[in-house]
Design a protein around this ligand. Structure first.
Ligand code: 8DG
Ligand code: MN
Ligand code: MN
Length: 397
């Protein structure tokens, strides 16, 4: 045990947007435990508690080395009594009773499975649980009416719950690029979300599209979606027009009806050949040398060389989010959609509480000066907010 005099004491600022959080987390056991409690709180309509656990986990993610004793936590922000108790249990006993009980609870397990279906939120999952539906099988047998999103979510459940790899994200990026370029040459496509932060896997792939000439992006989303649909790349899509309105005076004044901020939640059908050269495909080839081919009755030869098990689908479903923003709002959209979710929340809290400003994915408003602050880069927005610039790879709070 480290004695008190020797213990390293860390100095960490309290807002996540004031500090750098890289992906190399030295306290995964502790942060996994706190994240699980956060998730359980969020699934139980206790958002306040959820945020408290998320903030506590984020502080531990920012530490330069593993925590070995409670004395090291002295003076750290955002660690409430409840989080400290969980940390203490893990450091002293190797596990937290509360975390283990939560993990094993039927309610938590059912909520995880059901909200794991794309299109199913906490409210729907709770209603189903009240009707004794705890599993996918029970849901299917119940004859519950599912909306289009939920039907697609259930149909592609396994694919959508398997993490998306970087190689798959790159392959999707190529398809999105081809789609956008064929309907609006000159448009710009940027990866946002977790992959922009350097994550190696994600639950989806997120893209932001803009055009250097203001206004040229109007009406882009339906055209991109049509192109993707015509090429057979979409298993599901829902395009929503954002209610955000803009005028010449400032992005929040509804002087014009022009709606310029659109997003599309989709499920892509990614052909396996698009990610060829990845480990997955290599393994498949290695395990099936040509001379064993005829012996395996459930394998078929395709195109003379390539072999696949009969009935093996040659594609996989991947969640993809597309956002279109006018160039005048691009920096705000980029900052707002890069995440992490906690980093975004902390940026808005910092803006409101410390600077009397309102930050959104469209604009930054200064309440004291009663005006919008323009920005063409993320760096400028951090500067307006009086914060040191934090690059995407260090926004993994
Ligand atoms: P993951 O997919 O790898 O699991 O992580 P992620 O990429 O960080 O999460 P995400 O759920 O794909 O969300 C990406 C970012 O987009 C995140 O910062 C939150 C933000 N975001 C939404 N929905 C909305 C929204 O409706 N409006 C705005 N402005 N931002 C949103 O997810
Ligand atoms: Mn994402
Ligand atoms: Mn997303």
């Amino acid at each position: 045990q480290v004695n008190e005099a020797e213990a390293v004491v860390f100095n960490i600022p309290s807002y996540a947007c004031q500090r750098r959080t890289a992906l190399d987390n030295h306290n995964t056991v502790l942060t996994d435990a706190l994240s699980l409690l956060a998730e359980n709180a969020e699934l139980s309509d206790e958002d306040g508690r959820g945020v408290a656990f998320r903030r506590a986990a984020a502080v531990l993610k920012a530490l330069p080395e593993p925590v070995t004793g409670m004395t090291q936590l002295r003076g750290l922000p955002c660690l409430g009594g409840h989080s400290l108790r969980v940390i203490k249990d893990i450091l002293e006993d190797g596990a937290s009773g509360e975390v283990e009980l939560t993990k094993e609870s039927e309610r938590f397990k059912a909520l995880k499975v059901l909200t794991g279906i794309f299109g199913v939120g906490v409210k729907t999952a709770e209603r189903w649980i009240r009707e004794q539906i705890h599993s996918l099988q029970q849901l299917q047998d119940s004859g519950q009416t599912l909306n289009r999103a939920q039907q697609a979510g259930l149909e592609h459940y396994d694919d959508l719950n398997q993490p998306v790899t970087k190689a798959e994200a790159d392959a999707i990026g190529e398809i999105v690029r081809e789609a956008v370029m064929s309907v609006l040459p000159g448009a710009q496509i940027t990866v946002i979300g977790g992959f922009r932060r350097g994550k190696l896997t994600g639950h989806d792939v997120d893209f932001l599209v803009t055009h250097p000439e203001e206004g040229r992006e109007v009406g882009l989303m339906p055209k991109v979606v049509s192109w993707l649909e015509s090429q057979g790349f979409l298993l599901y899509q829902k395009t929503t027009r954002n209610s955000y309105l803009e005028s010449k005076d400032g992005p929040a004044r509804p002087a014009s009806n022009m709606d310029r901020f659109e997003r599309c939640f989709s499920i892509f059908k990614l052909p396996e050949e698009e990610t060829r050269g990845t480990k997955q495909t290599e393994t498949l080839t290695e395990n099936t040398p040509e001379d064993t081919c005829s012996l395996a009755a459930n394998w078929q030869v395709k195109g003379g060389e390539q072999m696949k098990p009969a009935g093996h689908k040659a594609w996989r479903a991947v969640r993809v989010d597309l956002v279109v923003s006018p160039i005048s709002q691009f920096a705000f959209a980029l900052l707002g959609w890069t995440g992490s979710k906690l980093f975004e929340r902390e940026l808005r809290r910092w803006a409101g509480h410390e600077k009397a400003m309102s930050l959104s994915s469209h604009a930054l408003y200064d309440n004291k000066q009663s005006r919008y602050l323009r920005a063409t880069s993320e760096e400028e927005i951090f500067a307006h907010l009086g914060l040191d610039y934090i690059p995407p790879s260090e926004r993994n709070a």
